[in-house]
Design a binder for this molecule. Sequence first.
Ligand code: PLP
Length: 418
Amino acid sequence: MAEDTPTTDDDGGRPGAFDHLFTPAVRDGLGEAGYGSWRAIDAPDAVSLSFGFPFPESFPNDELAAAAEAVFEAEGGAAMQYGGGEYADRLAEAIAERERDRGIDCDAGNVLLTNGATHAIDVVAHAFLDRGDHVFVEAPTFMGTLKLFANYGVEVAGFETDDEGLDVGAVAAELESRTAEGRPLPKLLYTIPTFQNPTGTTLSRDRRERLLDLAEEYDFVVVEDDAYGDLRYGGDDVAPLKALDETGRVVRVGTFSKTVAPGVRTGWILGDDEPLDTVGRIRAGGTNTFTQSVLGYYCTEGGFEGNVAELRAAYEKRRDHILACLDDHMPEAAEWTDPDGGFFVWVELPEGIDAEELLPRAADEGVTYLPGEMFFPDDRGENGLRLSFSYVSLDEMERGIEALARATRSALRERRPR
Ligand SMILES: Cc1ncc(COP(=O)(O)O)c(C=O)c1O
């Protein structure tokens, strides 16, 4: 074995037999935890505030069963064929109509259906990114996208967020200094501007406009991941980046994972004709046209909008409840965000408490969460953690926050004076 042949711990330390055949970017990642590793926190009796899953009763099982039946009746085998039938086409039209309602100038031709938002981001990354390219993200950001970028061997720089979202001023300063020093500029900036995962914050209108000006000035593409945009429980609507985009630099990503169910594995990329035509050419293989047909029926004739309204009401209650529990139980030195929508609250623990180190103690007390570090492209975030209010019941949520508060207080008592 050559000395520089990489090894992996995934199989007990034995080097993988095919390591030399994998791409350099994949080999580099073999020592790291793989995609989905954040799901493997082993505390079955603890309340899970880790999972960004929709609560199971939210799934419209009966409506989807009825939609499938209606599709078979109307289309027979066409829905099962490569390319799908009429209802699959209607889905792209329904998505475009909803996007137009948000102020985006588009039609069905601007919608490229995918097998979920992650697939959409992967297709965009595949179209634009080479090993060594540079990408900007919010820090913290969605860990699934960080893992995905790692597959491409790109250099990811993370920019802080505050209660108005991404610090666009810091992005501008970095672009300026890279230009002055002749350092590489990003090809893509990936952002979740609305109800961000993991912080729940929303990028202000002014910052959105400034970001688009920067994209034009420094020639990069903005990937707008709007996975949670339908789930607003407070505050005023802010125009999507794509609605403010006059130059076609925004590629927008959406999904039915949060408004229907993750299992339907259906999302989309919305873009101007170019770059979308080129991105569409490299999207290899088909997408799930049968599910698209079912969703095409569900979205146009099967009750989707009413269901989303019910989801908003249900999640609003959950958001209110977790914030009230945090207020009631957490020590004063902790801080947390106040999201207008989405699934998440970001907590900053009292100074000197590491969220990763606290996790086993929190699990013993009866709660799990995701430690902040996994949302950063670098080694920041040890003080933060993500709580999801989407999955567990209100009672479990209260028990979970009480357990988190107990664990935090006991860590505070042990904290060495500085
Ligand atoms: C911001 C963000 N983007 C994308 C996804 C994944 O979406 P999908 O299930 O459609 O791949 C998630 C969900 O966890 C998310 O939080």
